[in-house]
Design a protein around this ligand. Structure first.
Ligand SMILES: [Zn+2]
Length: 124
């Protein structure tokens, strides 16, 4: 996996992109494929589902380690928003390019989450 292009960079002051109980109607974070313009989606429920181990079923441990180094996530295992870092992968249906996504997921009360989309990288 090579990191080709930074689509979204982490920031510390961003508001969460999803908040349980407040923005439940928002199911995905959408961004455009930088090659073909097709709209790609980060599924929020997937990020919640995988928040217990920090990586989805589409991404390998080696890739996660590389991404943690890239984003400066140390032994504290804290994402830039203070939550748990969760990594996932999205493939463009238009052209086949792949993207890795980095979200911060916080369980702020029992089974209630905030999600901040912190990073999106085009890879090959
Ligand atoms: Zn594309």
């Amino acid at each position: 996996m090579k990191l080709l292009e930074e689509i979204k960079e982490p920031s510390y002051q961003s508001e969460p992109d999803f908040i349980s109980g407040r923005t439940d109607e928002i199911k995905t974070y959408d961004f455009d494929c930088s090659s073909c313009g097709v709209v790609l989606k980060i599924d929020f429920q997937r990020q919640i589902k995988y928040n217990w181990n920090g990586e989805s079923d589409k991404i390998s441990k080696v890739e996660v380690t590389k991404l943690k180094t890239h984003y400066g996530i140390g032994l504290s295992e804290k994402a830039h928003d203070g939550g748990f870092p969760v990594f996932d992968k999205v493939t463009c249906k238009g052209c086949g390019h792949q993207y890795v996504t980095y979200c911060g997921v916080r369980e702020y009360s029992n089974s209630a989450f905030t999600i901040s989309v912190l990073g999106i990288q085009k890879i090959n």
